[in-house]
Design a protein around this ligand. Structure first.
Ligand code: PLP
Length: 394
């Protein structure tokens, strides 16, 4: 039977590469018995803190196993609203919060309620892997704005203004996956100017909001006139070691949040009640987020030290999130070639930069999701591999 054009073109024209090929190869090698060091995926090497697991168990055994409110339990929406108001100073109520299935589910909901078929959605390249396909899934079309390494992967004001003319929405992500960029006050002001001039929805993916290595996170929702047009995507996946819980949210104007229930009645019926209770417990322990961000900050420092003397790899020190984005162009290889060759030679799995858009060409992304000693050892081997490849070119 014929599959829909939508699914056939979700990764670009005619069943394109979804960017995960190097990871699938690593998984196949692992199944065949090769021991792989995984530095490809942004998933924690620790399990969820016991207090959160206890709360989930207690909730499930206490009866929270039936259908939960489709838009999220009031107590959780209130807790998230209070947290946002405290962190940002923007008045936020439960009516501004929709609880979804992970940040990814919230992102899909944000795009569904803001964009029509054929609309253009601007994204900053390099971008998180799922963005183009998620935009195509709602029938819209991604438009890319380059953020160059020379500018610390911050998009510039002119490109933002020009590329968003005629678009319906701008989707941004700070702290950024894969680059680690945290948008400066100047970049956020340029984003605001483009949104106001071109009448855009701003979808602000803030799933790494607790992982700013220096200073504090600042949300563009805080800027003048922006709360009415901003949909913030949030998640407990990264901040509270809860990737498998699939618990995220979308925060925005009441009328936009209200219609997310209609959408969710056609998809998942919302997040499970016992997961939502675990989320309430997670939010009530403010120490968990702080401990997790301290862990990744320490790993970032260890990783940067391990690469300090490698002439074949250029590193822009990440300002946030849990990755290193390494420029390996001195080797003459593409990110994809490098990732596949590294996997065969060293059994280390990393993400090719091209998986994050054309702006990631000649880069690889390392997830800091292994303990410091393993990370150091793996990075030294990556550095030696890159150096040998660069030397072989001369
Ligand atoms: N947005 C970004 C930038 C991410 O890196 C991720 C996951 O890696 C997500 C969204 C989705 O996260 P979640 O697990 O909350 O769906």
């Amino acid at each position: 039977m014929k599959l829909s054009n939508r699914i056939n073109t979700i990764n670009g024209s005619a069943r394109g590469d979804d960017g995960w090929g190097a990871v699938y190869r690593a998984q196949a090698m692992s199944q065949a018995g090769t021991k792989i060091t995984y530095l490809a995926i942004g998933d924690h090497d620790e399990i969820t803190p016991p207090a959160i697991l206890d709360a989930m168990d207690k909730a499930a055994r206490g009866g929270a196993t039936g259908y939960a409110p489709v838009n999220g339990k009031l107590a959780l929406r209130e807790a998230l609203a209070k947290r946002a108001a405290t962190r940002t100073g923007v008045t936020t109520r439960a009516e501004n919060i929709f609880v979804g299935n992970g940040g990814q589910g919230a992102l899909f909901a944000a795009l569904m309620i803001s964009c029509d078929v054929g609309d253009k959605v601007a994204i900053i390249d390099p971008h998180y892997t799922t963005y183009p396909a998620t935009i195509r899934a709602v029938g819209a079309e991604p438009v890319k704005i380059a953020a160059l390494p020379a500018n610390g992967f911050q998009p510039d004001a002119d490109s933002l203004m020009t590329a968003t003319k005629g678009a319906r929405a701008l989707l941004i992500n700070s702290p950024n996956n894969p680059t680690g960029a945290v948008y400066s006050a100047q970049t956020l002001e340029a984003i605001r100017a483009a949104c106001l001039a071109n009448d855009l929805w701003l979808i602000s993916d803030e799933v790494y909001e607790t992982q700013v290595h220096n200073g504090r996170h600042f949300s563009p929702r805080q800027l003048p006139d922006m709360a009415a047009r901003t949909l913030v995507v949030g998640s407990l996946s990264k901040s509270h070691i809860m990737t498998g819980f699939r618990l995220g949210w979308c925060m925005g104007p009441e009328e936009a949040i209200a219609v997310m229930t209609d959408l969710t009645n056609t998809t998942t019926y919302g997040a499970p009640g016992f997961i939502q209770d675990a989320a309430i417990a997670a939010l009530s322990d403010s120490g968990i987020g702080a401990r997790t961000s301290a862990l990744y900050r320490a790993r970032r420092d260890v990783a940067l030290a391990a690469l300090a003397s490698c002439a074949a790899i250029k590193v822009s020190p990440p300002q946030g999130a849990m990755y290193l984005f390494l420029d390996i162009r001195a080797t003459g290889m593409s990110g994809k070639e490098f990732a596949l060759a590294l996997l065969e030679a060293e059994h280390i799995s990393v993400m090719p930069g091209e998986s994050f858009g054309a702006g990631g060409a000649g880069h690889i992304r390392i997830a800091l999701t292994r303990p410091a000693e393993i990370l150091t050892e793996a990075l030294k081997r990556i550095a030696a591999f890159a150096f040998a490849r660069a030397q072989a070119r001369i």
